[in-house]
Design a protein around this ligand. Structure first.
Ligand SMILES: [Zn+2]
Length: 150
């Protein structure tokens, strides 16, 4: 999943230099994504950002298979900024991870209508491209938010 996401993000000259895997033992109520509970998890087990949480399911409504929390949609939940939450049932998880990471890195919830674009709201095997403009936005905003090393 990480390798596939890294291959997709490489078109923007962005690489994943290292990944730290953490397995957290927690009460079962933390297994499913929901803002109030997942927020507690993010506070009690702080990790470097961007952070990817692999969760069982989501209690959020509407129930997105995967979710990104950037700076723009974390004002009421700042401890969740720069995180991605991927549920076990996510289709095309490598592409979904790249899509959600791109939301975080670009600090944008915007979707694209361009054919085959990674940021179409539907993540499928064909949707992996990023435009030059998206790549520029991704690098600049990620660097500005301290999520990208020089
Ligand atoms: Zn999206």
């Amino acid at each position: 999943m990480v390798r596939e996401a890294a291959t997709i993000l490489a078109q923007c000259d962005v690489g994943i230099a290292n990944v730290e895997w953490l397995r957290v033992s927690a009460p079962s109520r933390y297994l499913d994504f929901s803002t109030p509970v997942s927020r507690e998890l993010a506070i009690s087990a702080p990790v470097r950002r961007p952070a990817i949480y692999l969760v069982r399911n989501t209690l959020a409504r509407p129930p997105f298979q995967a979710e990104a929390i950037g700076r723009g949609n974390s004002r009421t939940r700042p401890e969740m900024a720069d995180t991605v939450w991927i549920t076990a049932g996510t289709r095309d998880p490598g592409i979904a991870l790249a899509h959600e990471l791109a939301h975080v890195l670009m600090n944008s919830g915007e979707h694209s209508d361009e054919p085959d674009n990674l940021m179409r709201d539907e993540t499928t095997g064909a949707n992996t491209r990023l435009s030059v403009k998206q790549c520029t936005q991704l690098r600049e905003n990620a660097r500005g938010n301290g999520l990208l090393e020089p």
